[in-house]
Design a protein around this ligand. Structure first.
Ligand code: NDP
Length: 247
């Protein structure tokens, strides 16, 4: 069977870890050439070698998505190297939990800059190329854009922003053939929670998730595979995917 993304080029942020890395693997397995972007270069090399061994074409991009000029340059470099861009997957992100009153507001800045502005800058930089290719944008949102719990206010703010931006964008570009795909995972076993700086919030979420089976990054990547390989006339706009045990 012909791989669905043969001849297509994908750009994935947050590709050094967790869901982004799993998405890069799935896209490469579907035949796409993949630019793997992350702030951490060491593990990008390991992923590059792993994918290249399967015959995939891979480009390493060391990128801080919060740097708009770097985002523009990175997209440009991918298009220059491979001639096109078909899929952008915005996965880089943080979930820094804390009650508002006790929050380190540097965490808010980091989350809004990365989860929201980084995603917006990259979308802006990639859009002309995606219009040309009638491509897809995958936004790694969260169940946190659909339901709200305490200690996650700032994270909710960032993920509600992802969904709002994406729906407005969808209405602007759908008639141009560009598909905007919002993925909303529940708890997924990755390094996301390692970054939480508020000790009590970190302990609380770790205790909560220890009670149920989490999603694996590969489970989320399968949703991405389904959406980006759907026939061109099918726009999978939103997928909410929870662990079966998560209420
Ligand atoms: P991980 O921490 O495993 O992966 C995120 C990756 O993004 C890391 O490699 C991280 O690098 C990188 N990154 C962070 N900031 C930047 C930046 N400014 N520029 C480039 N890369 C950056 O987390 P997940 O895979 O779980 O998270 C991916 C996305 O999925 C996030 O947007 C998250 O909100 C979302 N999500 C995750 C869920 C979960 O339960 N895991 C559930 C719902 C949504 P480093 O670690 O070095 O900072």
């Amino acid at each position: 069977m012909v791989a669905a993304l043969n001849g297509k080029v994908a750009f994935v942020t947050g590709a050094a870890s967790g869901i982004g890395r799993a998405c890069a693997r799935v896209l490469a397995a579907e035949g796409a050439t993949v630019a793997i972007a992350d702030i951490r270069t060491d593990r990008l090399h390991a992923l590059h070698d792993e994918l290249a061994e399967t015959g995939a074409k891979v480009q390493i991009v060391t990128l801080d998505v919060t740097d708009e000029q770097a985002d523009k340059a990175a997209i440009q470099s991918t298009v220059e190297q491979f001639g096109r861009l078909d899929v952008l997957v915005n996965c880089a992100g943080y979930m820094l939990l804390a009650p508002v009153i006790e929050a380190d507001t540097a965490d808010w800045t980091k989350m809004i800059n990365t989860n929201v502005l980084g995603m917006m800058y990259l979308t802006h930089a990639a859009l002309p190329h995606l219009i040309e290719s009638k491509g897809s944008i995958v936004q790694m949102s969260s169940i946190a854009a659909r339901t709200v719990v305490k200690t996650a206010s700032a994270y909710h703010a960032s993920k509600f922003a992802v969904n709002g931006f994406s729906e407005g964008l969808r209405q602007e570009v759908t008639e141009l053939g560009v598909r905007v795909i919002v993925i909303e995972p529940g708890t997924t076993q990755t390094e996301l929670r390692d970054h939480i700086t508020h000790a009590a919030s970190k302990a609380a979420i770790e205790a909560r998730v220890a009670q149920y089976r989490q999603l694996q990054a590969e489970d989320v990547a399968e949703a991405v595979r389904y959406a980006v390989t759907a026939p061109e006339h099918v726009a999978v706009n939103e997928i909410l995917i929870r662990p079966t045990d998560q209420i």
